[in-house]
Design a protein around this ligand. Sequence first.
Ligand SMILES: NC(=O)c1ccc[n+]([C@@H]2O[C@H](COP(=O)([O-])OP(=O)(O)OC[C@H]3O[C@@H](n4cnc5c(N)ncnc54)[C@H](O)[C@@H]3O)[C@@H](O)[C@H]2O)c1
Length: 365
Amino acid sequence: MTRERDQSIPAHQAIAATRPQGTYRGAVVGCGRMGSTIDDEMVGMPYYPWPWAHAPAMMAAHGVELVAGADVDPAQLDDFGRRWGIKALYTDLREMVAHEQPDIVSVTTRPNERAEVVIALAEAGVRAIFATKPLCRTLAEADAMIAACRQHNTIFTVACHLNWYGPYTNARALIARGELGPLRSLVCHSPHSLSNLQSHTLALFRMFAGAPARWVFGHMDDEAAAAEQDDLSGSGYIVYENGVRTILNTHASEREWMLEFICDRGRIVSRNQHAWFELWTQDAPGSPDYSQRQFPYAWHPRSSMVDAIEGVALSIEAGEETICPGEFGREALEIAIALRESHRGGGIRIDLPLPDRSLRLGTRR
Ligand SMILES: NC(=O)c1ccc[n+]([C@@H]2O[C@H](COP(=O)([O-])OP(=O)(O)OC[C@H]3O[C@@H](n4cnc5c(N)ncnc54)[C@H](O)[C@@H]3O)[C@@H](O)[C@H]2O)c1
């Protein structure tokens, strides 16, 4: 979704053109932190435009109406009902779908139960599923979710919401206009774990790369962790089908999450966990000198989760999800597993897709 105004049409039409045309019934399965309460924790992050949790983001999104919640824990459900003024509360998600007929369902349960919940929703005929990260624990589970959604014509979107975050949307538009030349490589400095937090990075990089990842090699930070199945941190090198490369560097400072988008004639850098963006461009064609320019921030920053949920409604209308489909979530997991497998093999090249679909990353809930 672009946030640039189309000047060729009247303003009211331009506003209408960026919004979903219909109104969709929204529901949340998993009324815990990500589904409902995480904004309570966002203290001291003034640059993070709320809401971040799925329920308030559904309330804020145009074209989506929050109508119901489901959670196996009655206490969470009760809190959800009081917070968001929702009376349609269910401990069984199938009952919720049968009675409330939601069009869009956010899945904000933990990864271990992701496949079971997503497949049940697709089988129940939900039009669009918006599932949080990490997608799941095994490649077989990812395959099964994608297949079930295809079979039942369900739009399957992974809620790696940075893919909709305004500054990244503007960065992508800058690169697409060709002003920086072709994209050459993507770099991430962050010590965080491969499956959990880096699933955001890998889904974002997949969108920027514009092609599937084809091979990787990796070096994990902890030998003992690499021998187990728990989520872990590690550095790696990823080559996409079109030649774009990614470098993941985990030897970074504790809270760092810095991304670089390196093009032929310039680069975009995002620092301090997506709070600060820089644009550097070549002074003149062929010049070795680069200068910093004003990055095109929006005057009115919006919550990426609100944009993402509107994006799901727009995907229903377009008949496809392109910003962060289930395949991007599966690729994030597949890369993370392949980096670990590379380490286990002594730093060898691992080609994708991985033939062994039983491979797992992450055991804790
Ligand atoms: N996108 C982000 O930025 C972000 C941030 C935080 C967490 N997350 C992700 O959100 C997910 C949930 O994490 P959390 O911290 O909110 O966990 P949580 O435990 O607070 O919430 C999960 C909820 O799901 C409920 N649940 C479990 N099985 C269920 C089922 N079958 N039907 C209905 N409800 C069920 C649980 O009772 C619980 O209330 C994780 O995958 C986590 O990685 C994403």
